[in-house]
Design a binder for this molecule. Structure first.
Ligand SMILES: NC(=O)c1ccc[n+]([C@@H]2O[C@H](COP(=O)([O-])OP(=O)(O)OC[C@H]3O[C@@H](n4cnc5c(N)ncnc54)[C@H](OP(=O)(O)O)[C@@H]3O)[C@@H](O)[C@H]2O)c1
Length: 292
């Protein structure tokens, strides 16, 4: 096999150093880093990757699409896949702002927690707070895609946003989550009442679930993705990783982040096993499950 090359396409002015370091640590031989990439520039960049090595060697080249703006990254991903034709294609990993690897790691934490507390996540009720963001939406999508039956609720400060997210998820998964509002304490309490698992996917530095609200119901598992103080779920430490806190199993952002890193590295390695892999949220979850 020829030396591996990762074409890093990033929507930010400077391509992510974090993503570059993970690629090196995953064993990629060469990284071609491009920042400020717009969809109209993608075709020529990808052609450079497709037409240099012969078809038999295409699996030694792959594309990583990243950047802090997930929506902009999705446009790049579309442009990348539209460039491929016939055998002229290479594998692609999409992980703008860590959205897919983080969502997959959060769902793995929820599965592990529910399995320890309830025997299985099958039959459990999972409430996702801030399910409207790129990470929260993917968390809900992955939960809805699990085998068995998981009852999923999607929360937002605005009920109309939660409803729009639920409708979008129904379109993509065929299953409809229950939307709820979180703007005031009474709405929040109603939305999470009876939930076995709560996953907080709110913006950095925003507390979504204060301790006094937590005490109003009896969750079995809490997963928080916000590491920036104040954390998203009061009382959950960012380093928690399946910690038993008075009968509640807790994961903090750094605890989830350890699994996220493993998925990210393994996903990069998978890219070079064929020339037609497309690694999105579902594939990241499958990779995470294979690491268990
Ligand atoms: N551990 C890791 O490795 C890792 C990697 C990537 C991301 N993350 C973390 O994952 C979390 C989610 O990421 P993201 O990119 O999806 O987040 P985001 O887009 O910044 O925000 C997600 C949601 O948070 C809610 N929100 C925003 N500002 C708020 C405020 N002031 N008060 C209350 N709610 C607010 C919004 O929902 P509504 O408007 O619908 O209420 C928004 O859709 C972040 O904390 C991020 O730092 C962790």
């Amino acid at each position: 096999m020829k030396p591996t090359i990762l074409l890093q396409l990033d929507t930010d002015p400077q391509p992510s150093v974090f993503d570059g370091v993970v690629a090196v640590d995953s064993g990629v031989a060469h990284i071609f880093r491009h920042g400020g990439v717009k969809p109209e520039a993608v075709r020529d960049l990808v052609h450079g990757a497709l037409f240099t090595r012969g078809p038999a060697d295409l699996k030694s080249t792959a594309v990583f699409v990243g950047g802090s703006d997930v929506r902009a990254g999705e446009s790049l991903l579309k442009a990348v896949t539209e460039t491929f034709f016939g055998p002229f294609r290479v594998s692609v990993l999409f992980d703008a702002n860590g959205c897919n690897t983080t969502a997959a790691a959060a769902v793995l934490a929820a599965i592990e927690g529910a399995t320890r507390a309830l025997g299985s996540i099958d039959g459990a009720t999972v409430a996702v707070l801030a399910a409207t963001g790129p990470v929260g939406q993917r968390v809900a999508r992955l939960l809805l895609g699990l085998e068995g039956s998981v009852s999923v609720r999607v929360g937002s400060r605005r009920l109309d946003k939660a409803q729009a997210t639920a409708a979008l998820l129904k379109q993509t998964t065929g299953k409809e989550p229950v939307p709820f509002a979180t703007a005031n304490v009474e709405d929040l309490k109603r939305g999470i009442a009876g939930a076995d698992v709560v996953i907080a996917a709110g913006a950095a530095g925003v507390m979504l679930l204060p301790a006094f609200v937590r005490e109003s119901f009896r969750p079995k598992v809490l997963v928080d993705l916000n590491a920036v103080p104040p954390v998203g779920i009061e009382g959950v430490d960012p380093t928690d990783r399946g910690k038993d806190r008075g009968g509640v199993l807790t994961w903090g952002a750094l605890g989830v982040g350890g699994t996220k890193m493993k998925i990210h590295k393994k996903a990069l390695q998978e890219l070079f096993t064929a020339n037609d892999k497309r690694i999105d949220a579902e594939e990241c979850l499958a990779i995470g499950r294979s690491l268990e």
